[in-house]
Ligand binder design. Structure first.
Ligand SMILES: NC(=O)c1ccc[n+]([C@@H]2O[C@H](COP(=O)([O-])OP(=O)(O)OC[C@H]3O[C@@H](n4cnc5c(N)ncnc54)[C@H](O)[C@@H]3O)[C@@H](O)[C@H]2O)c1
Length: 287
């Protein structure tokens, strides 16, 4: 998908990965709407630091009406630029997500509230954002008379979701975050299949560890684990390498329904060696 002059939505745009993605997209000539739950003044400061091709819109991605309104606001904000360049809403990089930390207990039921919260943001939110962005992209094109569905042979858009290595390697340390991200891998494939006829691709990225607000406080533990279990490089991923991958997914039309792990060959394993403490003692309690 062409980046220059087109409008992209970046959810979680005020967060670590979202901000880095927004910056690179605007540097390549895109217009970017940052969606985040942060209050408007804080979010606007982030957008301002990126430049006048970025705008902040306060949106809760779990709320269908909030997302619909947010997309309309973004399109209205850039209406003049889009009209003069012939650009369109062409995609979304969906970075909004949460990971909740809680001390492990011996009761599995203690994890239910956090599972529900992460399911709402990471899983339901992904469905909501993918659905609204796809509909808004399609709505820009006329449907042929008598046709029931949007059908085209031209490329109209791309959605890049954020899953995680924890969505692939579902082990004890990520009891509920992992499953909520496995669902993101599933939706990436099902939306890609469903949206293919309307020329919209859907892919995802699965990073290992990127230093950001989400991983603050876990980095020591994960650094040790990367050193022990990654192939190479055995270190967190710099945000610019995630951004490179996102750009590649946007620009290479033949990547569809695909997830790219950016993890230095790290595979999450639970160490159950007899001389080691209970794995729940060792893991950082990332629900
Ligand atoms: N950082 C990592 O190591 C890592 C690893 C694997 C996957 N991921 C995934 O990558 C994505 C980006 O992570 P990050 O490191 O930039 O995290 P981050 O915490 O820096 O940013 C996430 C952003 O999402 C926003 N957000 C949370 N709930 C929201 C909601 N309901 N509506 C709108 N915005 C909301 C937050 O306010 C925050 O700004 C997430 O989906 C995360 O699960 C991150």
């Amino acid at each position: 998908m062409k980046v220059a002059n087109n409008l992209f939505i970046v959810t979680g745009g005020a967060g670590g990965i979202g901000k880095a993605v927004s910056s690179i997209l605007t540097s390549k000539g895109a217009l970017v709407a940052l969606f985040d739950v942060l209050d408007s003044s804080k979010g606007s400061e982030v957008a301002k630091s990126i430049g006048d091709k970025a705008v902040y819109v306060q949106v809760d991605i779990t709320e269908s009406n909030s997302v619909k309104k947010g997309i309309e606001t973004a399109q209205q904000h850039f209406a003049k630029e889009l009209e003069s360049s012939g650009g369109k809403l062409s995609g979304c990089v969906h970075c909004a997500g949460i990971a909740i930390k809680q001390e492990w207990t011996n009761n599995m039921v203690d994890s239910i509230p956090n599972f529900e919260k992460m399911l709402k943001v990471n899983t339901v939110g992904t469905f909501v954002i993918n659905a609204h962005v796809a509909d808004a992209i399609n709505a820009q094109y006329p449907k042929a008379d008598g046709e029931r569905f949007f059908t085209t042979d031209e490329e109209r858009g791309i959605i890049v979701n954020f899953a995680s290595v924890a969505g692939h390697d579902l082990y004890a340390r990520c009891l509920s975050y992992g499953p909520t991200k496995a669902a993101v891998l599933g939706m990436t494939r099902s939306f890609a299949d469903f949206l293919g006829p309307s020329g919209i691709r859907v892919c995802s990225v699965s990073p290992s560890i990127v230093i950001s607000g989400l991983t603050a406080g876990f980095s020591g533990y994960f650094q040790d684990d990367l050193t022990a279990h990654a192939a190479f490089p055995r270190s967190p991923v710099p945000a610019e390498k995630i951004v490179d991958t996102v750009l590649h997914l946007i620009e290479n039309q033949w990547l569809n329904g695909e997830d790219i792990r950016v993890d230095g060959g790290w595979r999450l394993v639970t160490n159950r060696a007899k001389d080691k403490a209970d794995p729940r003692e060792l893991a950082p309690g990332l629900e």
